[in-house]
Design a protein around this ligand. Sequence first.
Ligand code: HH2
Length: 284
Amino acid sequence: MPSPLNEDRPLVMGVLNVTPDSFSDGGEWFQSERAIMRAQEMVAEGADIVDVGGESTRPGADPVPADEELRRVIPVIEALAGQVRVSIDTTKPAVAEAAVEAGATLINDVSAALWAVAARCGAGWVAMHRQGTAKSMQRDPHYNDVVAEVTAMLVDRAGQAAAAGVEEVWIDPGIGFGKTVEHNLELLGSVSGLVATGYPVLVGTSRKGFLGHVARSADGSVAPVTERLPASLATATWAMQQGAQMVRVHDVSATVQAALLVGRPATAAASRSNGSSGRSEAGE
Ligand code: HH2
């Protein structure tokens, strides 16, 4: 299998929520035609993968029956497969299987339970950590050592997936999934530790609530979703700089721009100390 990783820059996964109730863009891309249009826009902006989801995972969200989730995602995946790599954001085996049949090649699994499905379908798999379910996860998240517990769980699941024959296994700390603001910050601070496990790491901070608590609006209130782009970019850039090979974002164009800069100053400094001037032809 060719490497899914990009040599030049970390990968950018564009979020496509075909839902009426997602926390930041619910309803915006609910019609298939609008969803397909948005995906094509993200591809033009440089998205490497489009992550199609038909069920919100936001805290308190209601579960969606499988037939409704399929009705939302399958036409969109069929239209996009062949134009861009597609991942399916689901926790349901039947939806994952149908999505792969429709052309998705990566199963983005926030329950970290579908490795056998991925093995059976020959798809890649993202194991994301969460504590609890969407209904319950933000009630009272608790860990003795959040970094150690999340890392151990992910390494365990990834090992099971690899043993079952899944060739492409990603791990994701699940920012915002059963975590306090401090838990999220600690996990972000330890991305390099996840990278050191040897599995490629995906991180999703885009527009999430903890950003609004840390990067408050000028009047001191929690920054609303519409004001979280700078904090989203800062945290995505931090994760990429720490070695995360992919970030999951709503704002693709801005993140691709950030991804193109990650590592570049270090490379320029290294080539300077190796004796090259580092000047561009235009002398800029
Ligand atoms: N976050 C969300 C959904 N899926 N998958 C991975 N691997 N990592 C994440 O951090 C992650 C994810 C939540 O964001 P969003 O899809 O925008 O919201 P909603 O679940 O409300 O649709």
